[in-house]
Design a protein around this ligand. Structure first.
Ligand code: GTP
Length: 237
């Protein structure tokens, strides 16, 4: 057992991460690598739930700015998250990790429906629970559904995996002298409009005192380091 400082974590994965360099869909190499990383921390004793986005398949927000009805676009996005959840489940089980997928939109033939108490029971039994279909409501992002589920299952921490290694004072892709925060308050994230997650998600974490850590999954071993409390990424408190 590693020296994890958290007992139960919720990992928010972006859909884009699953696409890898191909930029669209699910890259089998990426998802297999991810499953192996998760297996290695799972074996060290963490209780882990995952919320996955769907942007590698469909972006509701982008489609709505192009004129598509926002609710309809969001429902399509929610279905995309179900595809990602099933792919992740398959990769995890291939790696030897027990999983359950719970969908916020009932589709019993392919996944359990979300039931909070059952999700907690699965976690206690050592299964990775993958939450799909967001909150089942349009106008809510998968970041918000990750924050909501993390609160509901009494997670000790919300881990947001991104392409960059934390939160910066400006976009590090555009500004080479951008500075990374080691720690920053929720309120500063909101007032400085740092776009870590949407404001609904940040507010939910803030109101429920749920620590949020933004880190990069691209570096092997990062997730374990974060769970051990090492200064990786940015902690929002
Ligand atoms: P415990 O009873 O706590 O051990 O949990 P369990 O998930 O093993 O029990 P259950 O009998 O509920 O589930 C057995 C299998 O059926 C698991 O793989 C579940 O994911 C799956 N399952 C349970 N409910 C549903 C459902 O509504 N839809 C689908 N597609 N699968 C389900």
């Amino acid at each position: 057992m590693a020296d994890f400082i958290y007992k139960r974590a919720l990992l928010k994965l972006s859909g884009e991460h699953l696409a890898g360099d191909q930029g669209y869909g699910i890259d089998p190499k990426v998802i297999t690598g991810l499953a192996n990383q998760i297996k290695s921390i799972k074996d060290k004793g963490i209780e882990l739930a995952i919320t996955v986005g769907g942007g590698n398949i469909f972006r509701g927000m982008a489609a709505s700015t192009e004129g598509m009805d926002r609710s309809q676009a969001d429902y399509i996005g929610m279905l995309a998250t179900v595809m990602n959840a099933l792919a992740l489940q398959e990769a995890l089980e291939r790696a030897g990790v027990f999983t359950r997928v719970q969908s916020a939109i009932a589709m019993q033939e392919i996944a359990e429906t979300y039931i909070r108490r059952k999700a907690i029971r699965h976690l206690e039994k050592g299964r990775v629970v993958i939450f799909a279909a967001g909150t089942s409501n349009p106008y809510f992002t998968t970041d918000t559904s990750a924050a909501l589920r993390a609160c509901e299952i009494n997670a000790d921490v919300l881990l947001k995996a991104t392409k960059v290694d934390g939160v910066y004072d400006s976009d590090p892709m555009k500004n080479p002298s951008a500075e990374r925060f080691e720690r920053i308050s929720y309120l500063d994230v909101l007032t400085r409009e740092l776009h870590v997650m949407d404001s609904t998600a940040i507010s939910l974490c803030m109101d429920n005192k749920l620590p949020l850590i933004v880190f990069s999954l691209l570096k092997e071993g990062n997730m374990e380091a974060v769970l051990c409390g090492e200064p990786v990424g940015t902690t929002i408190y």
